[in-house]
Design a protein around this ligand. Structure first.
Ligand code: HEM
Length: 430
């Protein structure tokens, strides 16, 4: 075996072990081959902080139009269906509204057109205005933990809190039928981005849920067009997009595309961060006393958790013209796989990157929200939820520990969204 063949075979980013704990492999790649070529997928894996920033900045060389790459992964799943199941899938797909790309997978100038419209929903003023609502949802869920002593933190807190907050902001009706349906459909939409293997029956179920969710949301859009309200769906439905020198309403497909990004990019990611942050507290008992009641330190703690366990481990870019990165030649059409999780542990950027440091200067330089023109538009909301969440959790409870009756929690094997499916903890009231 030649040296490069040996290296290729030892670098299997998609092995379950490496998806569950990618950090040792990331370190190896940063040190030995920061732009690592996976020939079978025509994919260049980028792991160093400075190189990731470079790719994100050079938007003329590296395009965000990567739907085709993501579509390819979905197609592989589709190919696991039997002929009968494929026919069923085609039937379900006929009821689906086409979703055009809006932000995540567009380049300037089209990207800017949508981004400037959607950014109205996340201004500092909007986020400040929602603070009381965010706190109310958190307080309710903190109270639900009273007297229990042992819980699955993901089930009881990390998943429901961001889902309820985004549902309120979107304007999902509060009756239990609407909420139950929406919660199930939103969770199913997010699972699609995990890019983890799924049994065929579940693929059909997910497709049907996606069609039902579209119908549900479009009814709300039309309601809000008839009688505008103060929520995100209403603002989007009644906003005008600057297009071809004129102004027009967003189409149903465009609105669904934006909402889909909120659900997929916004919910699981925040839920995942709640989980990782709780695990960090359990693993580092001394932290509780250091951050309790101290808003500034809790902020740094949250940034450190985002750095330490990036919920979005990576996203692609497509090479738009022949170019190079860090001395590696790249061809138009190649796919770059940016690993935020690896950049965040780069010792060239962060001292002692494998440790949580609540006094770290410039902790906010972490890349969990990306950077540049696609920098996470929901970051102010996510930070608000996490900061208030841990403030309130620590005001009410202490001695968070892993439940000794359960083994150590293990992340779902996923290449993009990385989360703990469950996190069994014990704690006491303050
Ligand atoms: C801890 C929580 C979150 C994390 C780690 C996260 C992560 C990210 C990352 C890495 C990107 C950059 C994508 C790229 O460079 O291609 C992004 C973009 C985006 N995020 Fe988030 N996100 C979070 C929360 C949210 C929330 C709460 C929302 C909305 C409710 C949201 C909506 C979006 C949207 C719409 C984009 C696309 C922006 C654009 O392309 O211009 N995210 N997010």
């Amino acid at each position: 075996m030649s040296q490069s063949e040996e290296k290729q075979s030892s670098v299997n980013l998609f092995s379950p072990e490496n998806m569950v704990d990618p950090y040792p492999l990331y370190k190896q790649l940063r040190d030995e081959e920061p732009v690592h070529y996976l020939e079978e997928m025509n994919l260049h894996v980028v792991t160093r902080y400075d190189l990731l920033r470079d790719v994100i900045k050079r938007t003329d060389d590296f395009s965000s139009k990567y739907d085709q790459f993501m579509g390819g992964a979905q197609m592989e799943m589709f190919n696991t269906l039997s002929d009968e199941q494929k026919a069923e899938a085609f039937k379900i797909a006929q009821g689906m509204i086409d979703i055009p790309p809006t932000m995540l997978t567009l380049d300037e100038p089209e990207h800017t057109k949508y981004r400037s419209l959607v950014s109205k929903l996340f201004t500092g003023g909007q986020v400040k205005k929602s603070e009381d609502d965010v706190r109310a949802v958190i307080e309710k869920n903190v109270l639900a933990m009273k007297g229990k002593g042992k819980i699955d933190f993901m089930e009881l807190f990390a998943f429901p809190v961001p889902l309820e907050i985004i549902s309120d902001r979107l304007g999902i009706p509060r009756d239990s039928e609407s909420r139950d349906f929406f919660y199930e459909a939103a969770t199913s939409a997010a699972s699609a981005l995990k890019m983890a293997p799924v049994p065929p029956e579940q693929i059909l179920g997910r497709m049907q849920t996606a069609v039902d969710l579209q119908k549900f949301l479009i009814e709300l859009v039309e309601d809000c067009r008839r009688a505008p309200k103060e929520n995100m769906i209403s603002i989007l439905s009644n906003s005008k997009l600057l297009d071809d020198g004129g102004e027009r309403e967003l189409t149903h497909g465009e609105i669904l595309s934006v909402l889909n990004q909120f659900l997929v990019a916004g919910h699981e990611t925040t839920a995942s961060t709640f989980g990782w942050a709780m695990l960090v507290l359990c693993d580092n008992p001394e932290l509780e006393e250091q951050i309790r009641g101290n808003e500034k330190r809790i902020k740094t703690f949250v940034e450190e958790v985002l750095r330490f366990e990036a919920p979005v481990q990576g996203l692609p870019r497509v090479v738009a013209r022949d170019t190079e990165l860090g001395g590696y030649a790249l061809k138009k059409g190649d796919v770059m796989m940016l690993r935020y999780g690896a950049a965040n542990r780069d010792e060239r950027q962060f001292d002692e990157p494998d440790k949580i440091n609540i006094h770290r200067e410039k902790a906010g330089m972490q890349m969990a929200f990306g950077s540049g023109v696609h920098f996470c538009i929901g970051a102010p909301l996510a930070r608000q939820e996490l900061n208030i969440g841990f403030f309130e959790l620590l005001e009410n409870y202490k001695n968070f520990r892993l439940d000794p009756d359960w083994g150590r929690p293990v992340a779902d094997p996923s290449f993009i969204l990385r989360a703990l499916p469950e996190l069994r903890i014990e704690y006491q009231s303050v």
